[in-house]
Design a protein around this ligand. Structure first.
Ligand SMILES: C[S@@+](CC[C@H](N)C(=O)[O-])C[C@H]1O[C@@H](n2cnc3c(N)ncnc32)[C@H](O)[C@@H]1O
Length: 271
């Protein structure tokens, strides 16, 4: 946008809300504009726990990456990685396992541009602009191949991105394509929006969301989300609400776990 901040790529329409920037707004980041903030506030008005859920999602991502690093994973493919914020995957992974390789992929040019800026000089990490709906393209991308050895176990992170893929684009086929490219011992880390427990609020929030963004939100049932783990063995404690997945000993479970109903998370390993 002419006259916009210099981190905004020219082709980006900042006059329209965008999923990556709305999420950045909920997390308290600075890479969002008025339409993103308006939509973020409108959804938070429908479900006041939205910001807490976004933060819980981000904390789950950190716990899952530490879990994978502890299990010996040294390469991570994070698709739908978002605008960098606190606790980025490469920071968590490379803290737990120095030298770990991380590939970020996102469809959003702002997420990609900002990731490039913070990754400059980090040879173990790269970001590509990519669409999850074309997994073959991601798998054959040169810079992905340079950092990810598909003959070795890897961590595939699909955290809060699959609910932006419509049934018509067959997200289950997409995950199966990625799974088939992974070596045995690899992991899938997933968070997905659900209407389990609060269908009326979930439908109302999705309606507000889908009125304003170009990428529609598709919340799914537990059974539909479980299907993404076909060909993976689900690690304990299974597919659970966000804070219930292996809570950090220090932080523990929130006092009011019921408010985190909007997402189900799980980690599976390819046998
Ligand atoms: C809610 S954010 C999640 C960010 C990060 N994974 C996390 O959990 O903190 C969703 C991200 O998915 C990206 N996204 C949406 N549709 C996508 C697609 N088809 N391909 C790649 N990324 C996509 C958005 O641009 C956004 O950055």
């Amino acid at each position: 946008m002419a006259g916009g901040p210099d981190w905004v790529p020219l082709e980006v329409d900042t006059g329209r809300a965008n999923v990556a920037r709305v999420y950045d707004y909920w997390l308290g980041g600075n890479h969002n504009f008025l339409p993103d903030q308006d939509l973020g506030r409108a959804i938070a008005a429908v479900e006041p726990n939205t910001r807490a859920m976004a933060r819980a999602n981000r904390e789950f991502l950190g716990r899952a990456v530490r879990f994978l690093a502890g299990a010996g994973i040294r390469q991570f493919l994070d698709i739908g990685s978002g605008i960098p914020t606190q606790g980025n995957v490469h920071e968590v992974a490379q803290h737990a396992a120095p030298g770990a390789h991380v590939v970020y992929a996102d469809i959003d040019p702002v997420a990609v541009a900002h990731s490039k800026a913070i990754l400059a000089g980090n040879d173990s990490t790269v970001v590509i602009e990519a669409d999850l709906r074309d997994p073959e393209k991601i798998l054959t991308d040169q810079s992905v191949r340079q950092l990810i050895d598909f003959g070795q176990p890897a961590g595939l992170l699909l955290v809060s991105v699959l609910h932006f893929i419509a049934d018509a684009d067959d997200p289950w086929r997409i995950v199966a394509t990625l799974r088939d490219a992974l070596a045995p011992g690899s992991y899938l880390v997933l968070c997905h929006g659900t209407d389990e427990g609060k269908p009326t609020v979930a439908q109302a929030a999705a309606k507000v969301y889908n009125r304003s963004v170009t990428t529609d939100l598709h919340i799914r049932s537990r059974a539909e989300i479980l299907r993404f783990f076909e060909g993976f063995d689900l690690a304990d404690p299974g597919l659970v609400p966000i804070p219930q997945w292996r809570p950090d000993k220090a932080a523990g479970m929130p006092a009011d776990p019921g408010k985190f109903w909007g997402g189900l998370v799980g980690v599976g390993q390819k046998p």
